[in-house]
Design a protein around this ligand. Structure first.
Ligand code: IPE
Ligand code: IPE
Ligand code: MG
Length: 244
């Protein structure tokens, strides 16, 4: 996509936070509420995360909102989530646009209801000139499928003679991912105490710092973001080499 030239950014700075927003259901269960209420409260935490990243001048934020496996949930929950995505985009678009946020989506968007697909396209088009914060929303997203799709594109090019087999490498495979143009996440943060990636950014997180917080997503506030950032700066990223 070529949104921002990765090389323009200082190598050690924190450029990209990716968040697995987990724990909406448990937040609701603890209060004897339906899981749907948990998702509604979760939408408020999304606003906090976006605002926090803008204020802290972090140029890329990626939010895992719905996985390719979340289609397995009961119809009522899936429909409610689709309604929330609809409501969220409609309600927030103007403000995000004015705030300089570029809204981007990854995932199998064709699985979503037609009107949600249209809203996504509108949000994408209306904010494409913005550069302050690139907000990527992963919807119906699965990291394994994303890698398979990139591999298929490369295989087709090799079969048609456009590309040599030896040109399949880390760079060409990454270029076929939906995140092309976005730097790999420096932090992958998961809330709710679960310690797994659940098919999120599998290729891109090869050298991400993984941070797990016990907070349930609806309770996530700017303070949690700041704690994660502090933890990130206390880590030593070696990329397989030895420390200086
Ligand atoms: C995350 O919260 C939101 C989505 C996956 C859409 P969950 O709904 O997974 O909440 P828990 O994990 O059941 O508490
Ligand atoms: C991952 O959470 C997906 C999102 C947060 C959108 P899940 O709640 O679906 O993950 P599992 O099932 O606990 O691994
Ligand atoms: Mg969950």
């Amino acid at each position: 996509m070529g949104i921002v030239d990765k090389n323009d950014l200082t190598p050690n700075s924190l450029k990209h936070i990716a968040i697995i927003m987990d724990g909406n259901g448990r937040w609701a269960s603890k209060r004897s509420m339906s899981r749907l209420k948990g998702h509604e409260q979760g939408a408020k935490a999304v606003r906090e995360a976006i605002k926090g990243c803008r204020e802290l001048c972090i140029p890329f934020l990626t939010l895992f909102a719905f996985s390719s496996e979340n289609w397995k949930r009961p119809d009522e929950e899936v429909n409610h989530l689709m309604g929330l995505f609809r409501y969220f985009i409609k309600r927030e678009l103007n403000e995000l646009k004015a705030a300089g946020v570029k809204i981007n989506f990854i995932g199998n968007i064709s699985m979503l209801p037609d009107d949600v697909q249209e809203l996504i396209e509108t949000a994408r088009l209306q904010t494409e000139g913005n550069t302050d914060l690139v907000l990527t929303i992963a919807l119906s997203y699965g990291g394994q499928a994303e890698i398979v799709n990139s591999a298929k594109k490369l295989a087709e090019m090799v079969l048609s003679g456009e590309m040599a087999l030896d040109d399949i490498n880390e760079t060409s495979l990454a270029a076929g991912l939906e995140t092309d143009g976005i730097p790999d996440p420096d932090i992958v943060l998961r809330t709710s105490g679960e310690k797994r990636l659940s098919n999120f950014l599998l290729w891109q997180s090869a050298y991400s710092e993984l941070i797990f917080q016990d907070v349930l997503w609806p309770d996530f506030r700017r303070e949690n973001l700041e704690i994660a950032i502090e933890e990130y700066y206390s880590r030593c990223r070696r990329y397989g080499a030895v420390s200086a």
